[in-house]
Write a protein that binds this ligand. Structure first.
Ligand SMILES: [Zn+2]
Length: 219
């Protein structure tokens, strides 16, 4: 890809959009009303809209290294709060991907400078699920499983926030954990059993009577 081609590509894209719908950009300018907040990895191979087959205006997107949801990350928490409270999305998705460089880096013993505190959050996921992961001998399978468990833990981190707890309780907002398989292009729904995961932690993280038994998450 040549950087010089970008603006030419943009002109072609505009022409293609207007060819299908002369009012395309006029309508786009009217505002956004996305149904989904997508939290994914910054990896260049995992482009949110493309893999879901959606158009501009349909998905609110936040991406960072290894699709993390960290409570003191002002960026992620601002995106989450705006999407849930203002845009009133019906679904929040955490989408990880196999062959994730961030997850791989967290599996290796290496000092990566400023990345250390970020990757430590993935190492924490490893620690929580150490018994299951250490029982997997095949390194690729172990790597894949850590990608999946990281998605699960980031979904749990979403459920630890007051903004998500309120939206789940008051208007049935749903949380989903997905993994994108870079080598096949397939999007996989992990069908995480949040009720089971939450039963364990609700006693500690409930920020106002979430009533886990009445929840219908990811159904
Ligand atoms: Zn990644």
């Amino acid at each position: 890809m040549e950087i010089a081609n970008v603006f030419e590509n943009n002109e072609n894209w505009i022409a293609a959009k207007l060819d299908k719908d002369p009012n395309y950009f006029k309508n786009l300018a009217k505002g956004q009303n996305p149904d989904i907040l997508y939290i994914g990895c910054a990896d260049s191979r995992v482009s949110a809209e493309d893999l879901m087959g959606v158009q501009p205006g349909e998905v609110f997107v936040h991406r960072n290294i290894a699709n993390m949801v960290i409570s003191i990350d002002l960026n992620a928490m601002s995106v989450l709060t705006y999407a849930v409270d203002n845009l009133k999305v019906d679904h929040v998705v955490v989408c990880g991907h196999y062959l994730c460089g961030g997850v791989k880096a967290a599996m290796d013993a290496a000092d990566l400078g400023i990345l250390n505190p970020w990757l430590r959050n993935i190492r924490d996921v490893y620690r929580i699920h150490k018994n299951e992961l250490n029982a997997i001998e095949d390194e690729t399978l172990k790597y894949n499983r850590l990608v999946e468990l990281n998605v699960q833990e980031q979904c749990v981190n979403l459920l630890k926030t007051a903004v998500v707890q309120k939206a789940v309780r008051n208007r049935g907002m749903k949380i989903h954990g997905w993994v994108f398989d870079v080598s096949t292009g397939r999007l996989i729904d992990l069908k995480i059993d949040f009720k089971a995961a939450l039963k364990e932690i609700t006693e500690i993280y409930d920020l106002g009577g979430m009533n886990i038994d009445s929840l219908t998450i990811d159904e």
